[in-house]
Every structure is written in C-alpha cells, then in structure tokens.
Design a protein around this ligand. Structure first.
Ligand code: 1PR
Length: 527
C-alpha cells in the first residue's frame, strides 16, 4: 500500500497508474494523521511552490510531513515534491518550505529555453538502491524552471547538465526525491519507482556507466488529430493541408487509445491529441476525449498533451464554463499539458488592440494555477506572399522560396477554427505575446506543409524560435527520417512532431530514432 499526497494541483492520475502498474495499491492522504500512518509516502508536486506550501499549511500537513521526514520513513518526492524539502524558493520569496534539507530552490539562469522540458540524463554521485537495474545512460522526463541548491553535498544523489550542472535527485536515508518525473519516463521511470517501492534501504549500487555530461534529448512527438466521423465514431484522422476528408468522408486511421499505446511502445517521447473539432464542440459535453485520456494514461507513461476547445464557454442553458474548468477536466483525466489554438489568437488580438493583458485569459489563468509548462500554444499559420517588406504591418521574412509571382517576402497568417478563418496577426508576434502571457511551449504547425511529406518549414520555425525563449515543437510536413535531422540541424527547435508518416506506417518512430542516433541527442529506444 502506497500513500499519495495530492494537494489538487495537477495530474496525479499518471502517478497512480504507474504505481498500480507495478502491482501496488494507492490511497490518498485525507487527514493530517494519514501521513504518519503511511508505510510509503509519495509526494508528486505539480504547479507552483507558493501555492503548494499554502495548501499544505491550510490542510495542516506541514508538521506531520516534517515529523515523517525526520523519522526517516520511506518518502519519494517528485519535481515540486523535491523542492518542497528545502527551506525556501526563488519562486515564492518569503514562503517557507518544509526545511528538511538546508538550501534553497533557484530559478535557472541559463542561456537556454526555460522551462527545462524534456528527456535528460543523470550523473550518479553515490550508490543507491534507486539505481538498481539502470545502465546509467538512460534519460528521464524533466519539466521545471527551478532547481534545488542543497547546502550539504552529501545529500546529492544525481546531477544533470542544462546550461549549468544542477542537482536532479537527493537522498538522505530513506528520503529520496527526484526532479524528473518517473511516472512520465517510460519503462526506465517505472524501474525507478519500483526500486523505491521495494525499499531504498536495500544495498546501494552505482550504475555501470555515468555520462561525463548529460544532454537534453530532441523529442520526437506523435500527434493524433481526433474527431468524430460521419458514423459517430471517434477516430484518428489526418488532413492534407487541414482537409481531413477523402471522397467526402473523414479519413479514419485508427482508434486514439490503441494508436497512442502503439506509439508509446515504439518509443515516442510524447503523445499529443488534438480534438480538431473542439472549436465547435464543447469538450465537457464531448466527454469521449476525457475518456481517451483516462484510458491512455493507464498504460502510456510519457507526457500527454491535449488540445481543442480550450476556451470560455456558455452552454445552451446559460451555464458559464471557464477555459480553466475545461483544462482542469483534462488534467484530472491524465493530461500533462493543454494546448490552446483558436482562443490564443483571439487573446493576442485583444492584447495588441488594447495594449494590455486582462489577467483573465485562458493562457494567464491556466498557467497561474498549473504552471507555464502546462500551457502549450498550438499555432496554425499559413504562408502569405507579399511583394515588399512594407506591404503589410506584420512580421515579414525574406524567403529563399519565392512565391508564384516571384515574391521574395512573406508573412505567416494565424488562423482559427482549424485553418478555416485567417486573422490579422502573424505567427511570430503570436508566439511572443503568448510567451509574455505565460505560455510554456509553442506547437508550431504549418498549413502549407501539413500532410505533404515535403519537410518542415524551416524558415517559419527559425523566425518563431528567434522570437521566443520557450521551447518550440516543429510540426507539419515530415516525410522521412532525414527531415527530422534537417529540423534539428537547421533550427533550434527542441522537438519535432509528426502524424501522417507514423499513422500510415511509412516511417516508424524507431526508424526516425535509429537514423538520428549519434547525430543529435535523443532518448535511446530501449529506455
Ligand atoms: O482551436 O483550440 O480548438 O484547437 C484545435 C486544434 O486542432 C489546434 O491545435 C489545431 O492545430 C488542430 N486542428 C484543427 N483542425 C485541424 C485539421 O487538420 N483540420 N489539425 C487540426 C492540426 C496539424 C498537426 C498535424 C501536423 C503534422 N493538425 O497537428 O498533426 O501538421 O502532420 P503531418 O506530419 O502529417 O504533416 P482549438
């Protein structure tokens, strides 16, 4: 029996599913006395340090937690559950942490995208039972903007490199805590969880290998565009430049849960579901997507993103649902991130028109509660050629691929409603304003390339990547493994997403990774 400390700030479903998949049962801390009564306590922190500590105090859990830790009882902290062990955090100045370990939590001061999102390695510093069965060169899924800075070097279990060398795991007796998410780190992560559950008092080992330097892997993401077909079945579909119909019928490429499972087993580093008719169907009425997430998260242990229909909504009875309500339902069902498409364009238009943010937009409200790493902006741009840089008041780029009239300039017009409506805002400006509002990642599609197998639009990706510091996912147009190498060598995109080539079995994820191996850092297939 494992006890889970859930203070209601995000996706704990995956932790529960991961523990259950290892044959353990889970109960939740409900009253302060449940903490001392735990046999093994797992604290999967999500969200922000300040709100976490406030909730812990309100619930009366701080003192029992301190007593539990001081008594050297089995404890596993994950992400914010590691940071909570320290005295203070730059994220919430004046807010006291649990103070079990001396030191503070610092914001990353690096010349790289922050949050640090993705698969990175670990460098073990001392033997631990947690390392049982590891080779040492595995990668784990991280997502955080802050890292711990312990005063006592003896508690450092592993470090990781990301612009700086930071502490990625600590251990003091039977109290262990990791910055990465074992429940999102595939079979390797489950191995770590299993080691903890079997008891870290077992004799410690050091993995046979330890990298001299760790590298953040370039992520390969499988994307499932989901909608209901004309027969009423929820299917994975795929468009050509966003047209998903062939001879009048919606293309059917498989069932969402089954395909997600297949891509997990084939080595996808992340899975994205886009409810492509979300702009017209309200997701909390269209419950199948929630069920898809719930069922997928039962046995897919990599990050899951869901997009489609995340916006404020009034139903036909006049009941108001906020974008935050929709996102909360998705997180509860197993999503780690939500992706906002159409609404982001309207929000940015509003900010550009009024010159200020309202503080109430979907981007701001969701990132405030769940953290910026949980908010992805999905952009659906279309290339528009213009004769000169002065032709339109948008961010223009000079292109190496002239237009039909020989135009040497173009801009990328954002669209809403699945590409059906163009709006007067360009993709570069949209990405920058969304970052300022609190978005943590950009999913950069391209209508011109979507479904064409002709390669990613590198000019678009470079223009957007140069304008933001948050990670960018390159999307649309992948036709072969070489296209992934192109995007990772000619742009600074952190990840690349594809749909059609995976669905049609033209190029499996394994083949993409095998091709990239040794050329760019990737998560090795076996982990
Ligand atoms: O606007 O917040 O409701 O979100 C709707 C979401 O659905 C948006 O993220 C939007 O990108 C997506 N969407 C809407 N209509 C379509 C469509 O195809 N008709 N799909 C659509 C977008 C694009 C990519 C695709 C890549 C890779 N799909 O996600 O997977 O282009 O494809 P490829 O590798 O086959 O080239 P909201």
């Amino acid at each position: 029996m494992v006890t889970l400390l859930d203070y209601g700030a995000g996706n704990v479903r995956s932790v529960v599913n991961a523990i259950k998949s290892l044959g353990y049962s889970v109960r939740f801390v409900e009253r302060p006395e449940d903490i001392m009564a735990s046999e093994k306590l797992i604290f999967p922190g999500v969200g922000a340090f300040g709100s976490m500590m406030r909730v812990l105090r309100q619930k009366g859990w701080v003192e029992p937690l301190r007593r539990y830790l001081e008594a050297d009882r089995p404890f596993l902290g994950i992400c914010l559950g590691l940071q909570a062990l320290f005295q203070a955090s730059d994220e919430a100045l004046g807010e006291e942490g649990l103070g079990f370990l001396k030191g503070a939590v610092r914001r990353f001061q690096v010349n790289l995208a922050v949050p640090h999102i993705g698969w990175n390695g670990i460098k073990p510093r001392k033997p631990s039972a947690l390392f049982q069965g590891l080779d040492g060169d595995e990668k784990f899924y991280f997502v955080h903007s802050y890292h711990v800075d312990p005063e006592d070097p003896d508690v450092v279990l592993t470090t990781t490199d990301y612009g700086v060398e930071f502490v990625s795991a600590v251990q003091k007796g039977r109290v262990v805590a990791v910055q990465f998410h074992p429940e999102k780190s595939g079979p390797t992560g489950l191995n770590i969880l299993k080691n903890f559950l079997e008891g870290v008092e077992a004799p410690g080992v050091l993995p046979p290998k330890s990298p001299a330097r760790t590298h953040l892997a370039k992520r390969i993401i499988a994307c499932l565009d989901v909608r209901t077909n004309d027969q009423g079945d929820l299917v994975v579909t795929k468009g050509d430049q966003y047209d998903v119909r062939e001879k009048g019928a919606v293309r059917n490429l498989g069932k969402p849960v089954d395909l997600a499972r297949r891509y997990y087993e084939e080595g996808a580093d992340e899975i994205t579901f886009l409810n492509i008719t979300g702009f017209r169907d309200f997701p909390l009425k269209d419950l199948p997507m929630l069920e898809v997430l719930e069922r997928t998260s039962e046995n897919v242990f990599v990050p899951l993103t869901i997009g489609g229909g995340i916006r404020d909504y009034v139903d036909k009875d006049g009941t108001f649902y906020s974008a935050l309500d929709v996102a909360a339902a998705y997180f509860r069902s197993g999503a780690d991130k939500v992706s906002i498409g159409s609404d982001a364009v309207l929000i940015v238009e509003d900010v550009l028109r009024t010159g200020k943010a309202t503080g109430r937009s979907a981007i701001e409200t969701i990132s405030r509660i769940y953290g910026s790493q949980a908010v992805v902006i999905s952009i659906d741009p279309r290339r528009v050629y213009v004769p000169s840089p002065e032709a339109v008041p948008h961010r223009i780029i000079e292109t190496a691929f002239p237009g039909p009239q020989g135009e040497r300039y173009c801009w990328y017009e954002c669209t809403i409603k699945g590409g059906r409506e163009g709006r007067p805002v360009d993709a570069v400006t949209l990405a920058r304003v969304c970052q300022d509002l609190g978005a943590g990642e950009i999913l950069l599609n391209c209508i011109d390339r979507d479904g064409t197998n002709s390669g990613f639009d590198l000019e678009l990706i470079n223009a957007v990547k140069e304008a933001v510091t948050i990670p960018v996912i390159a999307s649309s147009g992948a036709g072969c493994a070489e296209h992934f190498l192109d995007v990772f060598t000619h742009t600074r995109a952190e990840s690349a997403l594809a749909a059609g080539i995976f669905h049609r079995n033209e190029v499996p994820i394994g083949a993409v990774k095998a091709f990239l191996d040794g050329k760019v850092p990737i998560r090795p297939l076996r982990s």
